[in-house]
Design a protein around this ligand. Sequence first.
Ligand SMILES: [Zn+2]
Length: 83
Amino acid sequence: MGFLNNDEDLGRVYQNTGIHFYRLRLNKRVRKEHICMNCGKTINKGSPSAYHSGLMEGKVYHYHDCWDCYQQSIMSNLSEENT
Ligand SMILES: [Zn+2]
């Protein structure tokens, strides 16, 4: 799972599970370089990315996926629904 920051606070906020939100924004072209959270590849300026943001267990998180990883995540989500 792409939730790597602020691990130190997880114990304290773990009980506050009442509020979750999740947002996905598809960038046709990123305006600056990002690192893909999944594969660690650089998403070059001008390349597409999938920008995830949300709130999980009381913590805001956000990260970019490169387009390949985003496509793979769609495929794996679809196959999970069939199991
Ligand atoms: Zn990637």
